[in-house]
Design a protein around this ligand. Structure first.
Ligand SMILES: Nc1ncnc2c1ncn2[C@@H]1O[C@H](COP(=O)(O)OP(=O)(O)OP(=O)(O)O)[C@@H](O)[C@H]1O
Length: 329
C-alpha cells in the first residue's frame, strides 16, 4: 500500500477571539494511492477545509501536508503552482468550465497553460470512457449539467495527476448524471489506477468509494472500508447520533407518504426542511445542515484518525467494488 498524500497534525483556524473557528483540529490523514476515498460529515465539519489543504489550495495554521514525498510547506510559490497544475486534478460542484471554449478546449486547457503536449491516445481513452466523443466541439452552454461535469472529469485527468479531488462533484446533478460521474470516478480508479478523493454529504455517492472517512467538528472520528450505502447510513446514524435524533432519522428515505407524514407531525418539531420535502424530491441519503454541531464529539478526547487496520475479510477488492457497484446500479 503506498501513500499518495498524507497530513500530520493538520490544523486550520479561521478568525480570532469570539469569532475563532477551529475548522480542522490536529488531523492525521493518509490518502492511499489507487484508492477512491470519500470524505463525509455534516455541514461545517471541516470536509472542504481538509480537501483544500490536502490539495495544496490553502495553507494550514499548523501541521504539514505531503503530496507523495513533497512537503507542501517547503515549496516556494512557483513550485507550488507547478505542483497544483501537474500533480493535482480538481472537479468542482459548479463544473467551472470556461464558457467561451469548446469541450475539447476545456479538457486540454491545463495542458495548454502548462505548455505540455497533448497525449492524444490518453485524451481519446478518457473521452471514450466518458462518452464525450460527439460533444467535443460543443460549448458548455450546449451541454447538459452531467455532460459538463464529465468534461470537468476529463480535464481533471488530462495531466495524469497524482490525485483527483472532487468537492461535492455530483451536488448539482440529477441522479442519472450523478451515477455517470460517480461510475466514471470508480472506473478511473479501477482501470487507470487513479487516486480519487471526494467530499460528499451523500451516502449513495460515498458507496462508490473504497473508503469513507467521517469528520466531526474538525476531527476524523471514524472510517469504513468497502461499505455499502446501507452500511454508510448506519454508520452516519451511529457517528452523528444527535444529528440523527434531531432530524428524526433523516438518513432514511420515508417508506411511504404515511411515514413521511408522521415525520412531519407535531411530535417532531425539529424535523428539517429537507425531510419535509416530497419523497421524490428529498435526498434522504445526505446529511442535513446540523443546527447544533457542538453537541457531537465534544467530549474533549482526540478521536483516533483510524480505527485500526480492517479485518482481512473486510479488505475491499476491486472485484468487491465492482460487484457492489453492479448490485447498486
Ligand atoms: N474562510 C472562512 N472563514 C471563517 N470560517 C470558515 C471559513 N471557511 C470555513 N469556515 C468555517 O470552518 C468550519 C468548517 O468549514 P468547512 O467548509 O470545511 O465545512 P464542510 O464540512 O465542508 O461544510 P459544508 O458541507 O457546509 O461545505 C465551519 O464552521 C465554517 O463556517
Amino acid at each position: 500500500m503506498s501513500i499518495a498524500a498524507r497530513a500530520k497534525g493538520l490544523t486550520k483556524i479561521y478568525g480570532s477571539g469570539s469569532a475563532l473557528v477551529t475548522a480542522l483540529d490536529r488531523v492525521d490523514f493518509e490518502i492511499v494511492k489507487g484508492e477512491f476515498t470519500a470524505i463525509m460529515g455534516p455541514s461545517g465539519s471541516g470536509k472542504s477545509t481538509l480537501m483544500h489543504l490536502m490539495a495544496a489550495l490553502d495553507t494550514p495554521t499548523d501541521g504539514e501536508v505531503w503530496i507523495a514525498d513533497t512537503a507542501v510547506s517547503s515549496l516556494a510559490d512557483t513550485p507550488l503552482t507547478v505542483l497544483r497544475r501537474d500533480r493535482i486534478g480538481f472537479i468542482f460542484q459548479a463544473f467551472n468550465l470556461v464558457p467561451t471554449l469548446s469541450a475539447r478546449e476545456n479538457i486540454v486547457l491545463p495542458l495548454a497553460i502548462a505548455g505540455h503536449k497533448i497525449d492524444e491516445a490518453w485524451f481519446n481513452q478518457v473521452v471514450d470512457v466518458l462518452g464525450l466523443g460527439d460533444r467535443l466541439t460543443h460549448k458548455p452552454s450546449e451541454l447538459s449539467g452531467g455532460q459538463q461535469q464529465r468534461v470537468a472529469c476529463a480535464r481533471a485527468l488530462m495531466n495524469r495527476p497524482d490525485i483527483v479531488f472532487g468537492d461535492e462533484p455530483t451536488g448539482n446533478l440529477d441522479s442519472t448524471s450523478a451515477a455517470e460521474v460517480l461510475g466514471f470516478l470508480r472506473r478511473s480508479v479501477d482501470e487507470f489506477g487513479q487516486t480519487v478523493v471526494m467530499v460528499t454529504h451523500d451516502a449513495h455517492a460515498a458507496s462508490y468509494a473504497d473508503r469513507a472517512v467521517f469528520l466531526s467538528d474538525g476531527r476524523i472520528v471514524d472510517e469504513l472500508r468497502g461499505a455499502s450505502q446501507e452500511e454508510l447510513l448506519q454508520a452516519m446514524a451511529r457517528i452523528y447520533p444527535r444529528h440523527d435524533k434531531a432530524h428524526d432519522e433523516p438518513f432514511r428515505a420515508p417508506a411511504s407518504e404515511a411515514d413521511e407524514a408522521s415525520a412531519t407531525s407535531e411530535g417532531a418539531p425539529e424535523v428539517s426542511a429537507k425531510a419535509q420535502e416530497p419523497a421524490d424530491q428529498a435526498e434522504p441519503t445526505a446529511f442535513e445542515p446540523q443546527a447544533d454541531r457542538s453537541a457531537v464529539y465534544r467530549d474533549g478526547g482526540h478521536a483516533p484518525s483510524h480505527r485500526g487496520e480492517p479485518d482481512d475479510e473486510e479488505e475491499p477488492t476491486v472485484e468487491r467494488s465492482v460487484a457492489r457497484r453492479a448490485a447498486l446500479d
